[in-house]
Ligand binder design. Structure first.
Ligand SMILES: C[S@@+](CC[C@H](N)C(=O)[O-])C[C@H]1O[C@@H](n2cnc3c(N)ncnc32)[C@H](O)[C@@H]1O
Length: 395
């Protein structure tokens, strides 16, 4: 298969070829390949800030639509702080902060509307891509924001030290995933190697780790049963489980809020979805060839929310609820914002633009269908019983 094309990043390609050559079996797992093309320092898509998040970029996220997304999340954070008893230091830990736009929206809104909460706030960003850290620092460098924000890595944060909320938007879908395939009744993993002309070749072979097959048992998916057709292919996000374990270790008391696109396990691993959910984004075009445009395109896979829930239970997280983003934002007041447009002093064009952005945030065929998972740690029975605003069914 010749999957190379001119727009690729040659130094990155050379690096992958070296990694393959230095491996005893002359191959790397697909998960390693994905990790390198996205995150390899100084070479990968995210690491070099090739990533272009926004309406005119490779892809856009909720915060690119309007500040309302961050502002409504902020409303939820305020309530979390109150439930925790208004601690004098409340840490908001944003994991995978992209361009820093969401952080900016949240901080500006809290500063203006909730000064007491803002005073107790420490805003921590955990970000792996150095190019994006620079962009975030530039965006957040103005007065108040800069004093509130610090960039950390998990190593610099003590175990059981965070009191507050760790949250992410479209982080987990960006983790490198393993690819698995069923061949002649065997459960195999996809490896990547290259032929003599340096074209990428996939090889299916025995999995590199038993965690891959265990994952299906853990999710109660009978992957080796006859329901699954020959050639069935999908992904396994082991990095998501490791991440969940790390976050749980660092949390002392508070919440974990995860927003992303995905499905519960039975839907994710439906035998009919026989080529998985891996998707690539390049200049706003979606396709499913991860060997094109290397280092210049995003690669993602949907999130298996069942795995996050079950693994969270195993790590010691309390499950508070799962809902859709549309319902979550409705419960937090996006409907009021839509209604208020009638009396707002805006031009017709401004009104239409704003209405469209708000509708897109809750569109059941788009962002509104994203999953919102809320887990917690260290809450007492009364705190656990307090139903969060965003999880209430809107009336
Ligand atoms: C798809 S972008 C989403 C950005 C942003 N949250 C938004 O909504 O626009 C994924 C982000 O996660 C970051 N990221 C990926 N893996 C990470 C990890 N293990 N820890 C922290 N950040 C990570 C990427 O560099 C990028 O900033």
């Amino acid at each position: 298969m010749n999957k190379s094309q001119p727009s690729e990043n040659q130094p990155l390609k050379d690096y992958i070829l070296e990694r393959i050559a230095s491996h005893p079996q002359q191959r790397i797992t697909f998960a390693e390949y994905m990790e390198i093309v996205l995150y390899q320092p100084e070479l990968g898509y995210y690491a070099t800030n090739q990533v272009n998040i926004g309406k005119s970029g490779d892809f856009f996220t909720a915060s690119n639509l309007s500040a309302d997304f961050g502002e409504l999340l902020a409303e939820q954070f305020v309530e979390m702080w109150e439930i925790l008893g208004c601690p004098s230091v409340f840490q908001l830990v944003e994991m995978g902060a992209g361009s820093g736009l969401l952080a900016q929206d949240i901080l500006s809104y809290l500063n203006l509307n909730y000064p007491r909460f803002f005073q107790s706030l420490e805003y921590l960003i955990i970000e792996t891509a150095s190019g994006l850290i620079e962009a975030q620092k530039q965006r957040l460098s103005s007065g108040l924001d800069s004093a509130k924000v610090s960039w950390q890595s998990w190593e610099t944060i003590g175990d059981r030290s965070i009191v507050g909320c760790c949250f992410s938007n479209e982080l987990v879908d960006a983790f490198p995933v393993a690819q698995i395939i069923l061949k002649q009744g065997q459960f195999q993993e996809i490896y990547v190697t290259a032929d003599l002309e340096k074209n990428w070749i996939e090889i299916a072979d025995t999995p590199s780790t038993s965690r891959l097959l265990d994952y299906f048992e853990f999710n109660q998916i009978p992957i080796l049963s006859e329901s699954y057709p020959e050639g069935y292919r999908s992904e396994v996000n082991l990095a998501a489980l490791d991440w969940l374990e790390t976050v749980t270790t660092k949390l002392q008391r508070g919440y974990l809020l995860t927003l992303d696109y995905g499905y519960p396990a039975p839907r994710y691993y439906s035998p009919y979805r026989n080529s998985g959910t891996l998707q690539c984004y390049y200049q706003h075009q979606r396709h499913n060839n991860p060997y094109l445009n290397i280092g210049r395109q995003d690669i993602t896979a949907h999130v298996n929310f069942t795995a996050l829930e079950r693994y969270g239970d195993r790590c010691g997280l309390q499950q508070l609820g799962f809902t859709q983003q549309g319902l979550f934002l409705m419960a937090l007041g996006i409907g009021d914002r839509l209604n208020a447009l009638r009396d707002a002093n805006l031009s017709l064009e401004q009104t239409l633009r704003r209405r469209d952005a708000l509708h897109q945030l809750i569109d059941p065929a788009g962002l509104g269908n994203f999953g919102v998972l809320v887990q917690a740690k260290g809450l007492n029975d009364e705190q656990k019983a307090r139903s969060l605003k965003g999880l209430k069914i809107p009336t």
